[in-house]
Design a protein around this ligand. Structure first.
Ligand code: DP6
Length: 336
């Protein structure tokens, strides 16, 4: 059985930062994101029946051990549910530049959830796929859906927590956004998001206050989206992200993802606003900056960021589709 699926990265506008259950990836707070139309990940899962162990490739090459280990742990969940112990061949192609801070793990686990569930014969609806993708990487729960999506924290731990913690789509007919990605550093980050998240929850005195204010941001964000108010959406997104980074700065030892180029982009975004362009910044567990604006302002914002020192590349994205099965296997796709 061979199944191929494609998924796109998502960028959180209200962040997921902190787990209440490490094993199940149950979040402390609800989050909200935009799935993009750039840099899809395509994954082909083949269950041939005669493999002694899982074979995992990335861009046609054997995957690094850390990646292969996560994929096997994920497939073990799928196999347990399917009652099928056969090993699989997993071929993944990321079309985006690695290290661009574009949540390749979110797109990767969303694509793997769709392809592996189907290859092992699990019949899951979108909600079930979102819960499954969550087990690979929390943020992957949201890439199952296109456009704006919320990931509700759910209630409780164990089975109750698992059943209630999944993403769902949010309709936003009055918004026509773009997300402009400014790449300032493509090196691998010194501290992984998983480790930074754990350290922040355990040691930062700023974590609890942020988590409380983030729940308010989440509700305000839903109202802003419902009202089609892009300026409010952007303001909430920016304050939520900067607050998340403040929690990391307070961790012991601190985690700092800001680089000189990040600061330049943040300054430029402030100046764009002073010049009347509604642009708002967000950052994840890395130095690259993503700027939310109206689709009609995307080119203006991209041009403003292009000229900055330390900005290596600028990508303009629009809302993209949810994860889906596709016909073209990953190994026949060109690696860019
Ligand atoms: C800063 O989903 O990568 O991008 O669940 O440990 O795999 P794990 O974490 P991950 O964390 C993403 C954190 C973030 C914010 C977000 O996407 O909401």
């Amino acid at each position: 059985m061979t199944v191929t699926a494609t998924a796109h990265p998502n960028i959180a506008l209200v962040k997921y930062w902190g787990k209440r259950d490490e094993a199940q990836h149950l979040p402390v707070t609800s989050s909200l994101s935009l799935t993009l139309d750039i840099f899809p990940t395509t994954t082909t899962v083949t269950v041939p029946g005669d493999l002694a162990f899982d074979v995992v490739t990335l861009g046609g090459e054997p995957a690094p051990d850390a990646v292969a280990g996560k994929v096997t742990a994920f497939l073990d969940l799928v196999r347990e549910r399917a009652g099928d112990r056969r090993r699989a061949l997993v071929e993944t192609v990321n079309s985006g530049p690695m290290g661009a801070g574009l949540a390749s793990s979110a797109a990767g686990f969303a694509a793997l959830a769709v392809a592996s569930a189907s290859a092992y014969g699990l019949k899951l609806d979108r909600r079930g796929l979102s819960r499954l993708a969550r087990r690979g990487s929390g943020s992957a729960a949201r890439s199952i859906f296109g456009g704006f999506a919320v990931w509700r924290r759910g209630e409780g731990l164990g089975t109750a927590g698992d059943l209630s913690s999944h993403a769902e789509p949010v309709s936003a007919p009055a918004l026509d956004p773009a997300l402009v990605v400014a790449v300032v550093d493509t090196r691998e980050k010194a501290v992984s998001s998983r480790e930074a998240m754990r350290r922040t929850v355990e040691t930062s005195p700023f974590y609890r206050p942020w988590a409380e204010s983030s729940e308010r941001d989440f509700h305000d964000m839903l109202a802003a989206i419902d009202g089609g108010d892009l300026a409010a959406v952007g303001e909430i997104a920016e304050r939520n992200a900067l607050g998340m980074h403040a929690t990391m700065l307070g961790a012991r030892p601190p985690v700092r993802y800001f680089a000189p180029g990040s600061m330049r982009v943040l300054d430029r975004v402030t100046r764009l606003r002073a010049d009347g362009v509604a642009a708002y910044a967000t950052m994840d567990a890395g130095p690259n900056v993503k700027v939310l604006c109206a689709r009609g302002d995307g080119a203006t914002v991209a041009e403003a960021l292009h000229g900055l020192a330390d900005v290596m590349a600028v990508h303009v994205a629009a809302p993209g589709p949810g994860a889906m099965r596709t016909g073209v296997p990953a190994h026949t796709r060109p690696v860019s």
